[in-house]
Design a protein around this ligand. Structure first.
Ligand code: ATP
Ligand code: MG
Length: 448
C-alpha cells in the first residue's frame, strides 16, 4: 500500500466510525500544487486512544502531543506510514520551541490555527477531494506567499524554528515571504538559538538539499538569520578575491553560485561541504600590497577545516558526517595539483572515503568560478583507466614479514610499509621478492 492509499484508508475507516478525518498540512499543499507529497498527515477528532483501537498496527510517537503513527506492512511491500494527529490547540510555548501542553478539540478550525503557515493549513477530504480552507491558504498558494497563520510575531515567539521553515518553503516554491511575516522574522532572528541544534541542523540541511539552496541562503541572509546561525558564512560577504582566479566576485558570490548548482536530493555532506569549503577565507584575507602582488588567503584550507569541524560540532552532526564535511573542505584545493601528482599520491587521493563527493565539489567550485574543468576531466579519466586492484592492491609485505626480517617493532614499521606501498602504487615494486629486496636495501635493521 502506498502512503497515499494508507492515508485514504485511515480517513475512510475513521469516517465510517463516525469521526471527522482529513488529510492536512504539507500533503494537501502539494496535492493542490500538483506535486507529489513526500509524506501524508491525517488530522481527526478521534482521540489518540480511539485511533489506536481502530488501527492496532500503530505506534504512539508523540502520545503526549496526540500523534499516532499508523503503519501498514502489507506482504512484499515497503511499509507505509502515516501520522494521525488529534485536532488540538497548543498551549504555552514558554521555551520558544514546544507547546507546554495540548488541548484536544472537536473543531478543525482550532487545529489549523496552531499550524505554521497558511499554505500548510489546508485540509482535504480524500473521499471527495474537497479542500477545506479555513486560513486563506489557497489564495496564498495562488499569490506565491508564505504567510504566518495569525499574528506572525506571536507565532515565531512560540517556535523559533518556524523562521527557518518560512525561508525553506519560500525557497523551495519560489515564493515571497509576506511582508509582516518577514519583518517578524527579522525582529526575532537573533533568538533562533532557543531551538535545539539538531532541529536547526535538520532544517538547514533540508534548505541545502531541496534544490533551492542559493535562494534559501539569500533569504536566510536577508532575514538576518544567517548571521545568527552561521556567522562564519555571513562573513563571506564583501570578501574580495583575486579576479584572475575568481572573475565572478567575492567569496559570498562564489559560494552562492555553488549552492545554485546543488540539485534537489543531493547528499547532505556534499551540500555542507559546498557551503563551507571557503569558510576559512574571511579570517585569512590579506590584501594586495607592497609585500604581495595579489589578494591572498594563506592557510585558508587549514583554517576552514577547523572552522567546519567546529560548526559541525555546534550543530551536533554525527562524527561520520563531521569527518566527511571537514575532509571535503580540507582537500578541495588539492585538485589544482593533480597534474603533478605521482601515481601513488593520486591513488591515495582517490582512496579518500566518498571520493565522488570530493570530485563533485571540485566540479561545482570550477563552474562557480573560472569554469575550467581540466583537473576534473583528468581525474575522471584517471578513475576510468585505473582499475580498483591498482588503486588498492594487495599488500606485498606485512608487519610480520618485518618482524621475521629482524626489524624492531615501532614507528619505523609504518614508515617502511608506507614506503613499500608508495613504490608499489608507483609501479616500481611488483612482487613480494622485489619488496623484500627494497626493504633490505633501504632500511638497516639497526636502530640508532
Ligand atoms: P515537507 O514537504 O518538507 O514535509 P510539510 O509542510 O509537510 O513540508 P512537515 O514538517 O512534514 O512539513 O509538517 C507537516 C505539517 O505540520 C505542516 O504542513 C504544518 O501544518 C505542521 N507543522 C510542522 N512543523 C510545524 C511547526 N514547527 N509549527 C507549526 N506547525 C508545524
Ligand atoms: Mg511533510
Amino acid at each position: 500500500m502506498t502512503p497515499r492509499e494508507l492515508a485514504e484508508r485511515i480517513c475512510r475507516v475513521l469516517g465510517e466510525a463516525g469521526h471527522q478525518a482529513y488529510l492536512v498540512g504539507g500533503c494537501v499543499r502539494d496535492l493542490v500544487l500538483g506535486r507529489e507529497p513526500t509524506d501524508y498527515d491525517v488530522s481527526t477528532d478521534a482521540t489518540p486512544d480511539r485511533v489506536q483501537q481502530l488501527f492496532p498496527q500503530s505506534i504512539a510517537v508523540g502520545a503526549q502531543f496526540g500523534v499516532i503513527l499508523v503503519v501498514d506492512k502489507s506482504a512484499g511491500e515497503a511499509p507505509a506510514q502515516v501520522e494521525v494527529a488529534t485536532f488540538r490547540s497548543d498551549v504555552g510555548y514558554s521555551d520558544g520551541r514546544h507547546p507546554d501542553h495540548v488541548i484536544y478539540t472537536q473543531r478543525p478550525e482550532e487545529d489549523v490555527q496552531r499550524r505554521d503557515f497558511t499554505i500548510n493549513g489546508l485540509l482535504m477530504d480524500p473521499r471527495t477531494g474537497q479542500v477545506l480552507d479555513l486560513v486563506g491558504g489557497r489564495a496564498d498558494l495562488r499569490a506565491g506567499l508564505v504567510r504566518a497563520i495569525g499574528e506572525p510575531g506571536l507565532r515565531f515567539r512560540e517556535d523559533k524554528l518556524r523562521m527557518v521553515r518560512a525561508v525553506r518553503f519560500a525557497a523551495r516554491f519560489g515564493y515571497a515571504i509576506e511582508p509582516a511575516t518577514f519583518s517578524a522574522i527579522r525582529g526575532q532572528a537573533r533568538e533562533i538559538h532557543q531551538v535545539s541544534a539538531e532541529r536547526l541542523r535538520d532544517e538547514l540541511t533540508k534548505l541545502l538539499t531541496e534544490g533551492a539552496a542559493r535562494r534559501g541562503f539569500e533569504l536566510l541572509h536577508d532575514a538576518g538569520l544567517l548571521a545568527a546561525v552561521l556567522p562564519e558564512v555571513s562573513r563571506m560577504k564583501g570578501v574580495e578575491q583575486p579576479p584572475q582566479f575568481h572573475p565572478e566576485g567575492d567569496v559570498w558570490i562564489h559560494t552562492r553560485l555553488m549552492l545554485e548548482r546543488l540539485p534537489s536530493g543531493c547528499s547532505a555532506t556534499l551540500a555542507w561541504g559546498a557551503l563551507l569549503h571557503d569558510v576559512g577565507k574571511p579570517p585569512t584575507f590579506s590584501p594586495a600590497n607592497a609585500a604581495s602582488d595579489r589578494i591572498r588567503f594563506d592557510h585558508h584550507v587549514e583554517m576552514g577545516t577547523r572552522m567546519a569541524e567546529e560548526i559541525c560540532r555546534r550543530l551536533r552532526f554525527s562524527n561520520d558526517d563531521t569527518e566527511q564535511i571537514a575532509a571535503l573542505v580540507a582537500n578541495h584545493l588539492r585538485f589544482k595539483d593533480v597534474f603533478q601528482m605521482r601515481p601513488s599520491t593520486l591513488k591515495r587521493f582517490v582512496r579518500l572515503p566518498q571520493f565522488d563527493e570530493h570530485l563533485e565539489l571540485h566540479r561545482l567550485d570550477c563552474l562557480a568560478s573560472h569554469g575550467l574543468l581540466d583537473a576534473y576531466e583528468f581525474m575522471r579519466r584517471f578513475l576510468a583507466e585505473t582499475p580498483p586492484e591498482q588503486v588498492r592492491p594487495e599488500r606485498l609485505v606485512t608487519g610480520e614479514d618485518l618482524v621475521s626480517m629482524g626489524y624492531p617493532r615501532g614507528p619505523l614499521f609504518k614508515e617502511i610499509l608506507q614506503a613499500v606501498e608508495d613504490a608499489q602504487l608507483d609501479g616500481r615494486l611488483n612482487s613480494r621478492e622485489e619488496a623484500l629486496a627494497f626493504i633490505r636495501q633501504c632500511y638497516s635493521t639497526q636502530t640508532n
